[in-house]
Design a protein around this ligand. Structure first.
Ligand code: FES
Ligand SMILES: [Fe+2]
Length: 468
């Protein structure tokens, strides 16, 4: 796109952000804005299409849908491939939305006239070939249309744009940092999904700061008030340290342990139960008298023991204390635009969000952990679908889901013109939204990739200069 075109396009973006601390409310429900996202954002970005343990064998495939586009991700002898899910005859999808299977024996068979395609996308059968003129059956032209796919972090990522910068170029160094934490060796233990009556950005942004913990997850704040007040508050003696100076060393350690337990139960993972169990045997270790140093040292000991004991069981866990120094990661790591991870010790939670309409999105959560090779958990092939207010969700997602639909209603209120962000703690929301504006305005892809790289590690972060 030429500069002139790009400036013209920029002028057409409605509700563009002009003050980085204020996000116009209409961006969360306006039809025209949503339509622009569908046209200018989603077809050009890397999307998490599936977990690789869903397709371990040759011919295994899963379908992935985003808006009106569908792809088949398949394990072939040449690695993981993706194809647009449309028969080359008259366009009928070869597989159903959300489905999975194995195409090794029979290939993909079109349900309309029975044309077939193998795992490499080649056409292997046309019923009544003689009925078609020769030029209509040219081999290369009959093959399924490939879609870009890259494998990282135990997942396949697809991009509908053949000219977009590579996945690595867009994600940046956070990819290596997460990989150092054993990302690609994690396995899913469970997978939940729900439809939230909220714009996809409303849903994403509920996870971009920990500032909401005090009110949304009060049990966490109550267990370790000094930890949260250190980050967001100013009313305790614990300012600057995640400890309460009025408590003894042991009481402080106990508080940290209770907090870990609440995180673990609250997420049914993330801090895995096996890690809490290891920590529970370390409450009496020798520690310095100063509570701040004691808490720090205790976390180091727990991290060390989690790594050593899980390694001893045969789990491919990295040296957690070493990677915490060499490749530090944040409590939440976002991969623009719709996938994020919550790493903790050796396990993680992971989230994916897809728009279904201006005020509706599909929200998925996986619990990931390491496993002894040969003893991996049974792979969840489809998510357990629940209503968003289901009590079957772990407690912390329940709490998050209780606010998101309310907020979506709230942004429609008369006189509510913009989200008012903290420039120090809610900056990621602004950074995300301004990159979206970059896509909608037609900013050059290389520039967008550079800006996107800045998002890595910006959880609870500052409003950044993105160079857009
Ligand atoms: S549309 Fe697929 S065989 Fe006709
Ligand atoms: Fe939350």
């Amino acid at each position: 796109m030429s500069l002139v075109q790009s400036q013209t396009a920029a002028a057409t973006v409605p509700f563009k952000i002009t003050d980085p601390e204020r996000i116009p409310a209409r961006r969360y429900y306006d039809d025209e804005f949503y339509k622009l996202e569908c046209e200018r954002l989603w077809p050009h970005i890397w999307q998490m299409a599936c977990r690789l343990e869903q397709i371990p064998n040759l011919g295994d495939w899963v379908e992935y849908t985003l808006l009106d586009r569908s792809v088949i991700v398949v394990r072939t002898k040449d690695g993981v491939k993706a194809f647009h899910n449309a028969c080359r005859h008259r366009g009928v999808p070869l597989v159903k939305s959300g489905d999975h299977g194995n195409c090794q024996a029979q290939g993909f068979i079109c349900p309309f006239h029975g044309w077939r395609f193998n795992s490499s996308g080649e056409n292997t059968f046309v019923y009544g070939r003689h009925l078609f003129s020769e030029r209509q059956l040219e081999k290369a032209d009959l093959a399924l249309k490939p879609c870009r796919v890259e494998v990282w972090g135990g997942c396949a990522f697809i991009n509908f744009d053949d000219n977009a910068p590579s996945f690595r170029e867009c994600i940046g160094p956070v990819a290596d940092r997460l990989e150092a934490h054993g990302m690609s060796k994690l396995r899913s233990e469970w997978w939940y999904a729900t439809v939230l009556p909220a714009n996809w950005k409303t849903a994403m942004e509920a996870f971009m700061e920990g500032y909401h913990v005090m009110r949304t997850h009060p049990q966490l704040q109550k267990a370790a008030p000094a930890l949260y007040n250190m980050m967001y508050g100013q009313d305790t003696g614990g300012i600057g340290q995640p400890i309460n100076p009025n408590l003894t060393v042991r009481e402080n350690i106990q508080a940290q342990f209770e907090h870990l337990k609440l995180l673990s139960q609250g997420m049914a993972g993330m801090v895995h139960a096996k890690e809490v169990e290891i920590a529970s045997h370390l409450l009496d270790v020798e520690l310095p008298n100063d509570p701040a140093s004691a808490v720090q040292m205790w976390f180091g000991i727990v991290q060390d023991q989690v790594a050593k004991q899980l390694q001893a069981r045969g789990e491919p866990v990295p040296d957690l204390n070493a990677v915490a120094v060499s490749d530090p990661v944040h409590a939440v790591e976002f991969l623009f635009p719709h996938y994020f991870l919550l790493p903790f010790f050796s396990s993680m939670s992971s989230y994916r969000i897809r728009p279904l309409g201006p005020e509706s999105c599909l929200f998925e959560i996986w619990s990931l952990t390491h496993a002894v090779p040969g003893q991996e958990p049974k792979v969840p092939m489809t998510p357990t679908m629940l209503p968003y207010d289901s009590k079957e969700f772990p407690p912390i997602p329940q709490q998050d889901y209780s606010n998101i639909p309310l907020q979506q209603k709230g942004v429609h209120a008369g006189g509510f013109d913009f989200m008012r962000l903290s420039q120090d703690k809610e900056g990621l929301i602004s950074n995300y939204q301004r990159i979206i504006d970059g896509y909608l305005s037609g900013v050059a892809p290389a520039k967008l990739a550079k800006a996107t790289q800045l998002l890595g590690g910006n959880f609870d972060g500052k409003v950044l200069e993105l160079g857009l």
